[in-house]
Design a protein around this ligand. Structure first.
Ligand code: GDP
Ligand code: MG
Length: 162
């Protein structure tokens, strides 16, 4: 049992998920949150903010040489964004699966972008693409004290360990 608990603890991850301005304006906050929540992932931080353009440029710094970079940063800073941190086993990779491919035309039905978006420039949601970016993005968007560590009653039913 102890081994299972240790394995479970070792697999626990956190990822940064944001509902972009189009998702917020289209009334999709609860739809998106419910997909992560029903899966069994745990919400450990959430806030609604309008990022500055400089902040958006920091968030998307790895795309600074792409032709759509300026428009993307203008868009992200144009209206409220819901910033979140979700926790769970494998949440970084599986969160990306729930989100679907970058281009909604290529996202599978059943994914968030596949079901709810049509074009790449308005794909409603962001999710960290790996452990390093998850750490960097969580640190960029949240102060340590904004992250809440807690055990939910459902965890023993989701993971089979306490
Ligand atoms: P993601 O990790 O799936 O969000 O995709 P990327 O990190 O590659 O790109 C970040 C965001 O830039 C995407 O979610 C899109 O909103 C936007 N983007 C990516 N590629 C394109 C493109 O070819 N055209 C436009 N207009 N936007 C793009
Ligand atoms: Mg990305």
């Amino acid at each position: 049992m102890l081994q299972e608990q240790e394995a479970h603890a070792a697999e626990m991850e956190r990822t940064f998920i944001a509902i972009k301005p189009d998702g917020v304006q289209r009334g999709l906050i609860s739809e998106i949150i419910s997909r992560f929540e029903r899966k069994g992932f745990k919400l450990v931080a959430i806030k609604i903010v309008v990022p500055s353009k400089e902040f958006a440029q920091k968030h998307y710094h790895d795309l600074k040489d792409r032709p759509f970079f300026n428009g993307l940063c203008e868009f992200l800073s144009s209206a409220p964004v819901v910033a979140m941190v979700w926790e769970g086993e494998g949440v970084i990779k599986y969160g990306r699966k729930l989100i679907g491919a970058t281009d909604p035309q290529k996202s599978e039905p059943g994914t968030i972008r596949g079901d709810l978006a049509v074009v790449v420039g308005r794909n409603i949601i962001h999710g960290s693409d790996g452990p390093e970016t998850a750490k960097d993005e969580i640190n960029l968007w949240f102060k340590p004290e904004e992250l809440v560590s807690y055990t939910s009653n459902a965890e023993k039913w989701i993971y089979g360990v306490n």
